[in-house]
Design a protein around this ligand. Structure first.
Ligand code: GTR
Length: 354
């Protein structure tokens, strides 16, 4: 389609054809998204460690174990520690664990059905995003002041910081023998965060964005009535992004990127995007279109099915899961609910690993 920033063209205009080319293009796209949208993520400063604070061996009807952990990682200005609730099936069976970047600190929460997730054979490790840094235009809390600022418009915003913390959870989960695969998942602003985490951290096998909308999964150049725009999001939530992002507020079509690039950075791993019928603000159809456009990375570079589904808008109840890129549209409002989890879990179960 005309005007779509080309995934398969280097900034200098030369074509991206092979997997080797794609690996280089990947770095270009990460740099574009860092420089202009989310800010640059600082280097990891050293080893991540954890402490087991308590264990409930009979959580979720006795089907699972809840380990309450404290995870510590070094920053440029000392150690930083945050709590993580890790639910996993009883016994040490190997499983995939979802890293849920969540809105509340409580171990049990309305955004995830712990018992069903465990009964499906998965683990879930969730942390509270404001334990990392406040969701406010204030860079004095949590890890925000613990890294030097670049002061050139490209400093990481809060989305980058939350995403960095999700990767530190991955550091620990990967040291557990029962961890077979990892997924990262988030809803809304934390769906944007999950996408940015998965784009950067290739150890994560499944990347899930639920109702992430503007500056998440929604393709910005094709927006539909009543949906959020870059102008609006950078006015209300400037601190989620780097300062440079504001430059595009009035001229979004001049950006050398769009959100399909963020999604394509998950290739050749698995990607899942969910929308809700009543969530026009997130722009459901734009979220689907990003999947359509990003899917080419799987087909053209990796010879794998990418997004297998229509280019016309999905109908309520549709779920397109046969490729590496899943998309579903469920009924209801902006929420990370049971129907979303069931769709994501079914997608994981349908995939074989080589
Ligand atoms: C809205 C914001 C969206 C979305 C949402 C959320 O106010 O405009 O981009 O992220 O918040 O996180 O719940």
């Amino acid at each position: 389609m005309k005007g779509i920033p080309d995934l398969f063209e280097f900034t200098d205009g030369s074509p991206v054809k092979t997997e080797e080319d794609w690996r280089k293009r990947r770095l270009e796209m990460l740099e574009l998204l860092s420089r202009h949208e989310y800010g640059f993520t600082p280097e990891k400063q050293g080893e991540t460690t954890y402490k087991l604070i308590s264990t409930d061996t009979k959580c979720a009807s006795g089907h699972g174990v809840l380990d309450r952990l404290e995870i510590t990682f070094p920053t440029q200005k000392g150690d930083f520690t945050f709590p993580v609730n890790y639910f996993h099936p009883t016994g040490n069976k190997k499983h995939l664990t979802f890293i849920l970047i969540n809105f509340r600190p409580d171990p049990y929460d309305m955004y995830f059905p712990a018992e069903e997730i465990i009964d499906n054979g998965f683990g879930i490790a969730q942390f509270y995003y404001e334990d990392i840094t406040a969701d406010a235009n204030d860079f004095t809390s949590g890890i925000a002041p613990m890294f030097e600022r670049r002061n050139d418009g490209t400093d990481w915003g809060k989305i980058g910081m939350w995403a960095f913390a999700a990767s530190r959870v991955a550091d620990i989960l990967l040291s557990f023998p029962e961890t077979e695969r990892l997924a990262v998942i988030g809803h809304s602003r934390l769906g944007k965060t999950a996408l940015w985490c998965g784009a950067q951290d290739e150890r994560i096998d499944f990347v899930f964005s639920n109702d992430s909308g503007c500056s998440g999964a929604a393709y910005e150049r094709i927006k539909h009535g009543g949906s959020e725009t870059i102008a609006r999001i950078t006015e209300v939530f400037p601190y989620w992004f780097c300062e440079n992002y504001k430059k595009f507020a009035q001229y979004p079509d001049t950006r050398p990127f769009d959100q399909h690039m963020l999604l394509a950075l998950s290739a050749p791993r698995f990607l899942g995007v969910g929308s809700a019928d009543l969530d026009d603000w997130a722009d459901q159809y734009s979220e689907q279109l990003s999947c359509v456009f990003a899917g080419d990375a799987w087909t053209k570079i990796y010879n794998k099915p990418g997004f297998v589904g229509p280019t016309e808008a999905a109908k309520i109840g549709d779920a397109f899961s046969s490729g590496s890129v899943h998309y579903h549209l469920r009924d209801g409002i902006h929420f990370l609910g049971r129907a979303d989890w069931n769709a994501y879990m079914a997608f994981v179960k349908s995939k074989k690993f080589s």
